[in-house]
Design a protein around this ligand. Structure first.
Ligand code: SF4
Ligand code: SF4
Length: 298
């Protein structure tokens, strides 16, 4: 039988590992403390479904393993100088759909390989799952001071996709035990708003949260520090030495939207709803909607 990593590679993933299900009590405790301090800002969903987040068997009955995949989305291409800037993850089509389709493919390939139906579910950043910890346990990297998963070969510009199921492999992956941030503190120093500390992000201060998830006005102290960013922020990834060797992805769906690459501030502010929907069909920018995008650009 081909190894899981080989099958995952054939399905388009850049890395893959598998771990037995477990109860993640320590992670739940940390998350609860984070929520208690109000660091989740308006993301109330982070305070919900703690039991399910802690115990994957409550998400998938009879679950035996957690398969974790990484999909590289790095591109060296940049927007035209001087135009409003979006985070790289939003250059192309919405990753939720793209990664999910690949996970379904992997799921079907596994069923074919083992010769039986697998009972499980796929998850891409849309359910109460401790993706980073599962990825670490699956040997795919460590969680850096920027609170993101860092893979030593790929860096941090990766989407995490998960399959929780009754699949039982012949061997499990070995966890990444070390954190290779060492004495580095660059991401903490580079964060324009001081949102990072001790491997945690305070969403109230984070430009990503403020430009993508926050409803209503963005606080003036954040506005002053956003610079040219209007959708997400890559400052704590761009500075990370582990991203120096990042290689370009080969996924057509993530190719940069041509409008995004050159649209000026004036272009954005004069955009009408119909044109926005036409130009940004399937883009993550559709989620907050044009009104919120214009608020950010302003
Ligand atoms: S995304 Fe930007 S604002 Fe948020 S923690 Fe990273 S550097 Fe700071
Ligand atoms: S910039 Fe340095 S401290 Fe921050 S995640 Fe990268 S290696 Fe770790």
């Amino acid at each position: 039988m081909e190894s899981l990593s080989e099958i995952a590679k054939a399905c388009g993933f850049d890395a893959c590992g598998v771990v037995p299900v477990d109860i993640l009590s320590r992670e739940r405790e940390r998350l609860e403390q984070w929520v208690e301090r109000g660091f989740h800002a308006g993301m109330n969903y982070m305070a919900n479904n703690m039991e399910k987040r802690e115990n994957p068997a409550l998400l998938v009955e009879g679950a035996r393993s957690v398969i974790v995949t990484l999909t590289n989305y790095y591109t060296p291409k940049l927007q035209l100088e001087g135009v409003p800037v979006v985070a790289r993850y939003a250059y192309g089509k919405d990753y939720h759909r793209v990664v999910k389709d690949r996970l379904f493919k992997l799921y079907a390939c596994l069923e074919e390989t083992i010769g039986r139906k697998i009972m499980g579910r796929v998850f891409v950043d849309s359910a109460p799952v401790f993706e980073h910890e599962w990825a670490r346990r699956a040997g795919l990297g460590w969680v850096g001071r920027n609170s993101l998963l860092i893979n030593p070969r790929l860096g941090s510009y990766c989407f995490i996709g998960v399959i929780i199921s009754d699949f039982e492999p012949s061997t499990y992956s070995l966890p990444e035990k070390r954190n290779f941030c060492g004495q580095c503190n660059r991401c903490v120093e580079a964060c324009p708003t001081g949102a990072l500390s001790a491997y945690e992000v305070n969403a109230n201060l984070c430009i990503s949260y403020n430009t993508i998830e926050r409803k209503g006005e963005i606080p003036s102290e954040i506005k002053k520090k956003m610079g040219v960013r209007f959708f997400g922020c890559d400052a704590c990834q761009d500075i990370c030495p582990w991203n120096r060797k990042a290689v370009a992805h080969h996924i057509d769906e993530f190719s940069p939207n041509e409008w995004l690459m050159w649209m000026s501030r004036e272009d954005w502010l004069s955009l009408d709803e119909e044109t926005f929907r036409e130009r940004f069909k399937n883009s993550p920018l559709l989620r907050p909607g044009l009104e919120q995008i214009k608020r950010n650009v302003k």
